[in-house]
Design a protein around this ligand. Sequence first.
Ligand SMILES: Cc1cc2nc3c(=O)[nH]c(=O)nc-3n(C[C@H](O)[C@H](O)[C@H](O)COP(=O)(O)OP(=O)(O)OC[C@H]3O[C@@H](n4cnc5c(N)ncnc54)[C@H](O)[C@@H]3O)c2cc1C
Length: 545
Amino acid sequence: MNKVAHYLQEHLMGEVMVDMDARRYFSTDTSVLEIVPAMIVYPRNENDVRKTARFAWQLAERGRPIPITARGSGTDQSGGAIGKGIMMVFPAHMNKILELDTRTGNVIVEPGLNYAKLQQALHTHGRFLPPFPSSMEYSTIGGAIGNNASGEKTIKYGSTRNFIDRMRVVLANGEVMETRRLSKRELNKKMGLSSFEGEIYRTIDALIEENHDLVKNLGFDVSKNTAGYDIGSVKQKDGSFDLTPLFVGSQGTLGIVTEATVATEPYNPTSTLIAALVTNLDHAKEIVIELNKMSKPPCAIEVVDEHLLNFVHNNNPNQLKGILKPPFPQLVMLIEFDDFSPKQQKKNAKKVIKFLNSLDIQTKVETEAHKKEELWKIRHTAASVIAFTKGEVRALPIIEDGIVPVERFDEYLDKVYDLFKKNHLEAAVWGHAGNANLHMQPFLDLTSLGDRQKVFRLIDDYYNMVIELGGSTSGEHNDGRIRAPYLSKLYGPETYEIFAKIKRAFDPHGVLNTGVKIDVAIDDIKPLLRNEYSVTHLYDHMPHS
Ligand SMILES: Cc1cc2nc3c(=O)[nH]c(=O)nc-3n(C[C@H](O)[C@H](O)[C@H](O)COP(=O)(O)OP(=O)(O)OC[C@H]3O[C@@H](n4cnc5c(N)ncnc54)[C@H](O)[C@@H]3O)c2cc1C
């Protein structure tokens, strides 16, 4: 055991591991990149996190920085949950629901808590956490906070950021910060502190004031965005100030979350689900715009394309048996209403069906739980692509998650298909149509030199295309290492410089998840490309129903 690991083992309640098996397991997330960490730490409590951060800070002050990467279940597809230093793994011990207030619906959680377990507990109290990712069975709430995860219900309810009320965060030097919205007076008090926390408040407030116009106009014309840092939500017009939105979606690059107070919504399982069989691609945009205009909009507008359905039909035909058969429509859109009033649901469904019929689009409508589950299977077939293997060919998460203004949804689809065609690749596209946020994973072989070169060509073409469409490179999967090189182009160099200053304010020695989000060039990630691709971190849970 090296000196650092030895010191930590002596001082922490949790375990420290340096054996090669453990390090190899944590050398990958579900991205295409790989970095072997120096050691694994399983913190038992916040004090363990504080001590580790404090020690890393002291080492950095002596010119020997060792990075710390916080980790949930490692399902990150951006390379955000790997790192070369200390891998701090939360699901082992810090995985509890600490408090559930049945009156307000607020729940206090530890970061390593499995998301699906939290959702189950909430359901028993008639509540739910709406921005759940489709990976919730095998991911944590801490990871969702780290990535500002979203999901099928985000179109109505918003992203993770909208649900995090307050947090406890261990700062780079081991101090603990409690975040929540502060009044102007409370902010002044914080800024008067002589601690590192006080310094952070002073720096961030000054940064916002000095760059007022840039900070207020950061947004794109997209309905969700997890690229960069959400500095625009920190200070409100009334002078109130909250660092919570800055930490959410920061991928552990600004601090390590040890506790979060999460808001929830009342849960209504009795929804109405419509499947629209769209035979003309040009209608997709029209439908999404019409649905988003509704005064009581759907809680989900999801999509899969015919290439995905054909792929599933050819490889695993039973999955679609009794639900859909070929020839498949160009797109299947799933539209769901979860209003508590059955009358309202019926009214909405009727209106949507009338509109779809006016475009000659066939529909299926279901309200019974098991029938809805059947229809949802159409969307969940995307998992077959992710699990596909043929020789060394795998579906790689390299060009995925771009989001564009909904008015450009049709152009986005066309350009994605062109990109696949140009590169002689089989297409399969799915995602969150209501947000114009698409996912796709081209089939490539990382043992082939030609395909390895293609990876970076595709990455460059795809993210530049999304930026040119006025979109964001990441709707929900975050920048990590894969998309970080495009952050400066996406926001422009001035805003990027603000992000870099934020990073330096929180992490002056560059220890927190180094190499993620900020200061990443494509040439930094090329040597990290894996020689094979597998989704080790999903095997415990896949397949599941
Ligand atoms: C098949 C599949 C489907 C997916 N579907 C979706 C989807 O629908 N929507 C979506 O948004 N994402 C999706 N993802 C991406 C990913 O699963 C989610 O973002 C998930 O929330 C990550 O959780 P995790 O526990 O695996 O986190 P990890 O992968 O372990 O970590 C994610 C990030 O959060 C940081 N982090 C973790 N814990 C902490 C902490 N305590 N403090 C600070 N930072 C921390 C990590 O450093 C890392 O940068 C999908 C991934 C896969 C493989």
